[in-house]
Design a binder for this molecule. Structure first.
Ligand code: 48F
Length: 268
């Protein structure tokens, strides 16, 4: 009996579809660096709003700091303000005696990834941000490389363009860092800001309140907010990360309504 498929067809299906995704997303509405709780929530919200969203994740598995809960115990804690997000994701939670809610870390990470992709987000894992594109004092894209190549071989990267780029890389705020080390934030509070020591309640408020645009075209959400503006860390409580992602999505959506569409795009 003739075989329905062979190894070449399998390879062709993977390569074909992957390069379709890449080509379709060279120009996006929003580029998100980091697939942790903040980046995934922002991506999900913007994609549901009809935006073309690309998420880059340096690791193999998206989910960022969720998987390990606290000290490797895979439960994360959230406060009641974040429950509507969990309900929307159909992620289950348990009220604890302390008045907080506990969620299985794997269920939260999986739920965020699943719903973000279902909403239309294209997530490219094993891709590391190396730099940003700045044209006329505005961030208009990202410079990325394969994680296995980045920092290891002298191989030039590729670029993706969008009118809005979100730094959701967590404690490191890698995207902000690419501009900071070149002096783009001279004489602003971002120039020397450092993440502060732990204060869970204050940190949770800070990441939501201060989520927003840090440089024209560049936004921050999640722990990158603390790294950019000097807010306190908060440990394994995750409500603020989800709400920070939602808030920045709203701000990006507002900005996109007034920004030129894909300023770096050349019609093909
Ligand atoms: O660290 P991460 O989960 O950031 P977040 O969304 O959430 C922070 C919490 O996990 C936790 C916390 C409290 O609640 O304090 O730490 O702000 O996710 C950041 C993602 O960015 C990826 C990284 O692998 C992780 O999945 N990332 C970091 N640098 C790069 C990157 C890079 N250069 N290129 C691509 N992805």
């Amino acid at each position: 009996m003739a075989k329905k498929f062979n190894e070449s067809k399998i390879s062709r299906a993977i390569v074909g579809r992957y390069y379709e995704k890449l080509t379709e997303h060279i120009d996006s509405d929003v580029l998100i660096v980091g697939a942790g709780p903040a980046g995934l929530t922002a991506g999900l919200t913007l994609a549901r709003d009809g935006r073309k969203v690309t998420v880059f994740e340096r690791n193999l598995a998206p989910g960022g700091g969720i998987w390990g809960g606290g000290m490797g115990m895979n439960e994360v804690v959230l406060q009641d303000e974040a429950l509507p997000v969990l309900d929307d994701l159909k992620v289950r939670y348990q009220r604890r005696r302390e008045g907080l809610y506990s969620v299985d870390a794997v269920e939260l990470a999986a739920g965020l990834c699943y719903h973000a992709l279902q909403a239309g987000v294209v997530l490219l894992n094993l891709v590391t941000l190396e730099d940003v594109c700045v044209h006329q004092e505005r961030v208009v894209g990202v410079v990325v490389n394969r994680t296995g190549i980045s920092g290891r071989y002298h191989v030039d990267p590729l670029t993706f363009s969008a009118p809005a780029v979100l730094d959701a890389t967590g404690h490191e705020a890698i995207v902000v860092q690419t501009l900071r080390r070149r002096g783009y934030f001279r004489d602003t509070p971002v120039e020397r800001a450092l993440e502060g020591p732990m204060d869970a309640a204050a940190g949770e408020e800070f990441v939501v309140e201060k989520a927003g645009e840090v440089y024209p075209g560049l936004f921050v959400a999640g722990m990158s907010v603390c790294a950019a503006f000097g807010g306190p860390r908060m440990g394994p409580i995750f409500g603020g990360m989800l709400l920070s992602g939602k808030r920045v999505a709203q701000l990006i959506a507002d900005a996109l309504r007034t920004e030129p569409v894909r300023p770096n795009a050349i019609p093909v």
